[in-house]
Design a protein around this ligand. Structure first.
Ligand code: CMX
Length: 473
């Protein structure tokens, strides 16, 4: 620690060279905040210099269709933690999912990456070592307790309130604990914003499994106690045990699940919402709760619940002895009734989602004979062709949500309305890492320009007449 601080003091003006070279000196340091403390000044300088030299460079054009069409392909956000390639899928700080599975530290005897390692990677850009990941597990375990008003609130929600509504409301109520909001109200210098956003993000990530497990126990396990956090266990192991699951394979699944659902660059509904709300300098609890309300939509995170509903509908209609012909007919009926096939399609991806593929590999390894898995595998064979035949679906391939529920229910988690809560716990890792960087880079209040249809028509007309005049000249 002392050496680290000395180095950071000596380097008062950022040196030349890539950030990864500079910070290698700190690569064995286990205090994440110290690592960031040293990294952030260099990145701030790098971005400042880049903007000064190239701030006027055009990076795209905006069409009328983009404005009406959900801003697809419009490059208008900066997100450091991950990039989504339409063909290849997600890369977390440059690493694909198989690379993360190979390179990130694992639990003793485990094969899947620890989500703590993924968080370290997302927020610093570096692959952590085991000591760094262990220190995060310990730190999150020490921050996991809930204030009593949140426990009381959770215990008093009616059983018919959807788990995602409970989750979002509890996260909003947790903002009584916001160190950022408190410091801001006392007068906080803007250069310090990120430090308090970091503290809140660490607290929130630590508390999410406790909130989520309390919801689960209240709704599906007669309100039984979640038990105590074990500071020697990793984040997922504690979560699994609070949920009441003892099978080590379920814990491994949870580690994989919480790793792969964490981040999908900046434009998806949950990430964009957190970023947008955070730009108003709302605290991380309020920002993240907003993101969870977006994740709760059926075209986004709730699709994992919808997939299970759809699979159950299939087995109710066709029984376990479904045939390929029967499935084709049912899928066509679903489309004819104006509904989507949940778990298929994506706004950016144009190939099978690698998050689907790694879950399929997990299933092939651990539950190859599971009936529901076989159904999911069969749907993979037939849904894309049917979606392509509609002539309008841009991506007929399965996304992350097509697979997750089947794995969870294999280990006994059959409560499908709960699945999006797990997605939400994982999503915190990516969006809160991004929120820290948003404040570190001083990104301002987000405020894109909107136009009315009349205004757009006038603009198009005037642009056309300018173009015609230029042609005539
Ligand atoms: N089933 C039926 N129709 C689909 C479809 C699907 N799985 N995917 C796309 N389409 C339809 C769209 O509804 C749209 O129809 P209209 O022109 O009649 O409105 C048309 O095909 C074109 O859509 P697109 O450009 O291919 O897809 P979008 O970028 O507009 O939407 C998504 C992307 C994910 C909302 C869409 O594919 C969908 O609704 N999928 C099912 C829900 C789902 O699985 N969501 C989870 C996504 C992953 C996540 O965020 O968790």
């Amino acid at each position: 620690m002392a050496l680290f601080r000395t180095l950071s003091l000596r380097l008062s003006s950022p040196p030349q060279g890539s950030i990864s070279t500079i910070v290698r000196a700190f690569s064995d340091h286990t205090d994440l905040k110290d690592v960031l403390n040293n990294k952030i000044p260099y990145e701030q300088e790098r971005v400042k210099k880049f903007r000064k030299e190239h701030g006027n460079v055009k990076i795209g054009e905006i069409t009328v269709d983009m404005a009406y069409g959900g801003m697809r392909s419009m490059k208008g956000l900066v997100t450091e933690t991950s990039v989504l390639d339409p063909e290849e899928g997600i890369r977390f700080r440059g690493l694909s999912i198989p690379e993360c599975q190979r390179m990130l530290p694992k639990a003793k005897g485990g094969e899947e990456p620890l989500p703590e390692g993924l968080f370290w990677l997302l927020i610093t850009g570096d692959v952590p070592n085991e000591a760094q990941v262990k220190s995060l597990s310990k730190e999150w375990a020490s921050r996991a307790d809930l204030p009593s008003h949140v426990v009381t609130m959770l215990n008093n929600f009616p059983a018919n309130l959807h788990p995602m509504s409970q989750f979002s409301a509890a996260i909003t109520a947790l903002n009584s604990e916001s160190k950022y909001a408190k410091a801001y109200s006392e007068g906080l210098h803007k250069s310090k914003y990120w430090e308090y956003v970091y503290e809140d993000s660490m607290d929130l990530i630590a508390k999410l499994p406790t909130v989520a497990a309390t919801i689960y126990r209240n709704l599906y396990r007669d309100g039984s106690s979640i038990g105590a956090i074990d500071t020697k266990k990793d984040w997922s192991a504690n979560f699994a045990s609070m949920l009441g699951y003892t099978d080590p394979q379920f814990t491994e699944l949870l580690r994989l699940y919480l790793t792969i659902h964490s981040d999908h660059e900046g434009g998806n509904v949950s990430a964009h919402t957190v970023h947008l709300i955070g730009s108003a300098l709302s605290d991380p609890y309020l920002s993240f709760a907003g993101g969870m309300n977006g994740l709760a939509g059926p075209l986004h995170g709730l699709a994992n619940q919808e997939v299970l509903v759809f699979l159950n509908k299939i087995t109710a209609a066709l029984g376990d002895g479904w045939t390929k012909e029967g499935l084709v007919q049912l899928i066509k009926q679903q489309l004819a009734s104006g509904q989507v096939v949940p778990g298929y399609g994506h706004a950016v991806l144009r190939k099978t989602d690698p998050r689907y593929t790694c879950q399929r590999e997990f299933a092939l390894k651990h539950l190859p004979d599971d009936k529901m898995f076989k159904l999911v595998a069969q749907l993979y064979e037939i849904v894309p062709d049917i979606l392509l035949q509609t002539g309008k679906v841009k991506n007929p391939w399965p996304n992350v949500d097509a697979h997750s529920g089947v794995l969870l229910q294999h280990y006994g988690m059959s409560e499908m309305s709960y699945y999006t809560v797990l997605f939400g716990v994982s999503r915190a890792l990516g969006v809160l890492a991004s929120l820290v960087w948003d404040r570190a880079l001083g990104l301002p209040l987000e405020r894109p320009k909107s136009m009315s249809t009349d205004g757009l028509m006038k603009l198009v007309k005037s642009l056309q007449s300018q173009a015609n005049a230029a042609k005539g000249a």
